[in-house]
Ligand binder design. Structure first.
Ligand SMILES: [Zn+2]
Length: 248
């Protein structure tokens, strides 16, 4: 960039967009008004922001008439340079805060919907075994989801015992005490985790993404003749906790 007069690089000039000023002005004024309503009703708090809001309002009105967007923008920037008493910086902070909050909310929503892929996939798999546990499938179908990538791995109870066992799966299960009626290695979660370890190329436990792996299990209810979501298995809970995984 070549040298420019000081005013051309003022914070106002940099932050007020050069194009679509009319649209921007309306959006900014609405945000300002919402922000002002949240502030204590005292002139020192609201005054500097109300002044900006009023100026925008006047310019919006003028742009409906004959004033061009570029002239209105120039007038607004010059007005801020001359009359702003700190309201602009507070508004900029508030906008940044809102933007961060919106981003976080979206990320959280995306994460929740990604994690929901595990129960959806498990239920889909149960449809393959409508007749329930038997020769082809054990009493549990477990699905593991990676909360960031949405990738899925599945396993059924008993599957691990006949699978190629990843060395780290043995490490993970070391020290896990059998507290249920079934052996620790029998669970569908173990088979799903074993599949994940092979597929992800994990070579060390420290590479496991803590807080990112979530399991969902469906179990065959022989009495009612249907698959249903299964809550905790106290065998698996021990190693899930160890690797920072959760249930969904
Ligand atoms: Zn289990």
């Amino acid at each position: 960039m070549s040298e420019q007069p000081l005013t051309s690089t003022s914070v106002y000039r940099r932050q007020v967009p050069e194009t679509d000023f009319k649209k921007w002005a309306t959006a900014a004024r609405l945000e300002l008004q919402t922000y002002i309503r949240q502030l204590p009703d005292v002139p020192s708090k609201r005054g500097p922001l109300e002044d900006i809001s009023k100026k925008l309002s006047l310019l919006e009105y003028a742009m409906v008439g004959s004033k061009s967007e570029s002239t209105a923008r120039e007038e607004f920037v010059s007005w801020l340079e001359e009359y702003d008493t700190g309201g602009w910086a507070r508004f900029a902070d508030e906008r940044a805060r809102l933007e961060t909050a919106r981003k976080q909310e979206k990320e959280e929503k995306d994460r929740r919907s990604t994690i929901a892929g595990a129960p959806a996939e498990a239920i889909k798999l149960t449809k393959k075994y409508g007749a329930g546990a038997g020769v082809k499938v054990g009493t549990v179908i477990a699905v593991l989801v990676h909360a960031k990538t949405g990738k899925l791995w599945s396993g059924t109870s008993g599957e691990y015992t006949t699978s190629e066992k990843h060395p780290l799966m043995k490490t993970i299960l070391t020290g896990v005490v059998q507290v249920e009626d079934w052996p620790v290695a029998a669970c569908g979660e173990v088979a799903a985790m074993n599949a994940y370890l092979h597929d992800s190329g994990t070579t060390d436990l420290s590479q496991l993404p803590s807080g990112t792996l979530f399991f969902h299990a469906q179990t065959w209810n022989a009495k009612d003749g249907k698959w249903q979501a299964r809550a905790a298995c106290k065998n698996c809970d021990q190693w899930l906790k160890k690797i920072g995984a959760g249930r969904v």
